[in-house]
Structure formats: C-alpha cells, structure tokens
Design a binder for this molecule. Structure first.
Ligand code: AMP
Ligand code: AMP
Length: 356
C-alpha cells in the first residue's frame, strides 16, 4: 500500500499529540524514542524502575513516568496500560526482560510485527531467513569435533555479547567450553574483519527503505587487545570478551553502500514471505563483519531499533540525505506513526494483535 500523507501543521496536533501517548521502557534507546515522539507532537510515557526513575523525570520531553520495582514486572502493569490510548515502541530491553509469550499476550497497540519475533528469536530460523535473502552468513558447526577453524561460542538471547567465548580449535573447545555449552548455544565460524552495524528503516506506508545510520560497537575487552602486543600477551592468559559498553559512528565506503542497501531490501522482501504479509517493517539492523575482500558476513538481524542509533539523536549523515532536519531513528518511528494516523492507516504500522 502506498500512501503519501499530506502534512498540515493544524492536523498534526489533532491527529497525534491530543490522542496518543508513545510509551516505552526506560532503558536502551528510550530517550531517543521519547524525544522523537515529543518532537512529532505526541505525549510521552517512560516506564522506569526505581533506580532510573529520577533520570527519566529529569528530561523535559518525558511527560509522564511510571516506576515499577523491576523491568521484568512490566506485565503486571499491562492491564492498566491497555485501558489507555497508548502505542508501545519496543526496543532491545523488551526482548531482554520479557519472554516471547509475554510479548504476544500484551494487547497494547505495538509498533511492529510480532510475528517477526519467532524468526528472530530462534537462531536456526534467523539463519534460514538471512540465507533465503541471499546474505552470506558465517559457517556453523554442530559439534565440537567438527570445528576446523576458530569459532565463537554464542549463547542465546540479547545479552549484549555477554558470555561469548572465542575458541581456537576443537581441542580448545573440549578443554574450555564445557560449562558454557550446558546453556543453549551455537558454534559459529569466527570472522576476522571489521564489524559494521547498519541501521535501516522500512516504511510500510510508502514502501521505501532508508539507511538511517551505522555504528560499530565498543566491546570490552576485545577492542583493547590490540593495545598490548601479541608477544607481551603470551603468558597473560587473556580471554577475549565481547561485552558491549558503547558505540562509535561509522560511515561506509560509498561504493559498498549499494550492497548494504540491497541486503536491507532482501531481508524485508523475504520477511513478507515468511512472517505474514506485513513482514518486517519499521526500524531494524543488520549486524555484519566485513572481511578484507569486502565481503559482508551477516551475524545477526535485530528486528527493531538498536542502541547504536543513540549516537544519532540529532540525525546522521545518512538521515540528513533523506531529511534536511534532525531525524533520529526514534523520531522516524514517531513520524511513521503520525503519518499513519494522518492517512487513517494506523493498522498498517501496528501489530495485528493490537489493532484498535
Ligand atoms: P539494557 O536495558 O541496557 O540491559 O539493554 C538490553 C539489551 O540491549 C542488552 O542486553 C544488549 O544486548 C542491548 N544493548 C544495550 N545497549 C546497547 C548498546 N549501546 N549497543 C548495543 N547493544 C546494546
Ligand atoms: P552478537 O551478539 O551477534 O551481536 O555479537 C556480539 C559481538 O561478538 C559482535 O559485535 C562481535 O564483536 C562478536 N562476534 C559475534 N559473532 C562473530 C563472528 N562470527 N565472528 C567474529 N566476531 C563475532
């Protein structure tokens, strides 16, 4: 469906701010989402815990704060929120603190398609999705004995790289990975290259895919190992770890941009074949490592706003090419909801379970 909404200032207040509140959990990319919602004329609600309550209250664009004891208690608040005219914008903390079942049980209008969550949450299904879209994924090994090159042992879930282990070969795996592999895990070929996280936005209203921004993660301690020469590391017994603590901006060599764009188009196209007609829409990110032969290896897809977009609350070099105003991914989401309201097509941007 292609809709080109006419935006007139008088309508904007009426269609968005007066009627809907944009709500999210106070963590991850909440500040960006709520600032963007405010800039587009919505009321904003942050659901915080006792520790973060004061922080979120300190920002003038946060109209309302509801504090709960812990984020995992969020479901207790849902009946109350369901009675209000709210739209939830999910981010990584929803995935980290709520189960898949809880996500689906919730009937609050929800920006995005929850059917995508099944394909994202299972590493096997995600791999099928990416492969079907023609993306190159790292090799995977079923057992330790099969390992014929360095691998990364990855646990399930959005844990920010926590608990991952670099393993040199199958002997190394036998010796060290025992405890870790009691949890659900995969053994993935370790790709040596530079990481690049590409942030996209796909508009179901206009059918346009936009590259919003890009980042690389700042991970401790793997990003500091190069500061100690290999010879000096030899007897130090240092294990690389991949715990994310922040993000750095990147702009991609322009001759590689067309391929990055096409990867985004391909995952959107395939999502419409596998996750119902709506497929993947809104913000998403493809996590890649690029090798010296300029090959993008895709490690993962995140089907919603990622925290790397926090670098670009004021817009990015890419978003500026589409919008000559500061356009964060958070604001882009609010703009899409506003355009949907103005063109009477809110159902197009909400999960089917929550269409009002
Ligand atoms: P948090 O609420 O900070 O625990 O975030 C929830 C999840 O989002 C974490 O487990 C991480 O996987 C991910 N995450 C949070 N912040 C970042 C970041 N700056 N860069 C990448 N991923 C992040
Ligand atoms: P992920 O949970 O997939 O986002 O991975 C977290 C971090 O682990 C990435 O940012 C990389 O630094 C590292 N990593 C994940 N998969 C691989 C891989 N196949 N090869 C090399 N490094 C990886």
């Amino acid at each position: 469906m292609i809709v080109t909404p006419e935006l007139r200032p008088a309508q904007i207040g009426r269609a968005s701010g007066d009627f809907y509140t944009i709500a999210t959990l106070g963590s991850h990319s909440a500040l960006q989402i709520l600032k963007g919602a405010h800039d587009e004329g919505f009321r904003t609600l942050a659901i915080t815990n006792r520790k973060t309550e004061r922080l979120y209250r300190s920002f003038p664009f946060v109209d309302e704060v509801i504090a709960i004891a812990e984020y995992k208690d969020f479901m207790g608040l849902v009946p109350e929120l369901e009675k209000r005219k709210l739209i939830i914008v999910p981010h990584g903390s929803f995935v980290a603190y709520l189960s898949l079942e809880e996500h689906k049980k919730m009937r609050i209008p929800y920006f995005g398609n929850k059917a995508v969550l099944d394909w994202e949450a299972s590493r096997e299904l995600q791999r099928q999705w990416l492969t079907r879209a023609g993306l190159t994924v790292p090799r995977q090994f079923k057992t330790g004995a099969e390992i014929d090159r360095p691998v990364i042992v990855k646990l399930y879930g959005a844990l920010g790289g926590k608990g991952y282990m670099f393993v040199r070969d199958s002997k190394d795996f036998e010796e060290r990975a025992g405890l870790l592999t009691r949890n659900k895990h995969i053994l993935q070929e370790y790709i040596i290259g530079v990481p690049l996280y590409i942030h996209y936005f796909y508009s179901p209203l206009t059918g346009r895919l936009e590259i919003m921004s890009m980042d690389r993660r700042y991970e401790t301690n793997v990003d500091s190992l190069g500061r100690i020469p290999a010879a000096a590391q030899e007897n130090l017994d240092i294990e690389p770890s991949y715990v994310v603590v922040g993000n750095q901006p990147v702009s991609l060599r322009e001759s590689m941009l067309a391929e990055a764009y096409q990867m985004g188009e391909n995952v959107v196209r395939v999502s419409k074949e596998i996750c119902g007609a709506k497929g993947l829409f809104g913000a998403f990110s493809i996590e890649t490592i690029i090798t010296p032969d300029a090959q993008f290896y895709v490690m993962e897809i995140s089907a919603r706003i990622v925290a790397g977009t926090n670098l670009f609350i004021d817009g990015s070099p890419y978003s500026y090419l589409y919008y000559t105003e500061p356009m964060s991914t958070g604001r882009r989401i609010a703009r899409e909801i506003k355009n949907a309201l103005l063109s009477n097509s809110l159902d197009v941007v909400l999960d089917d379970s929550s269409v009002v």
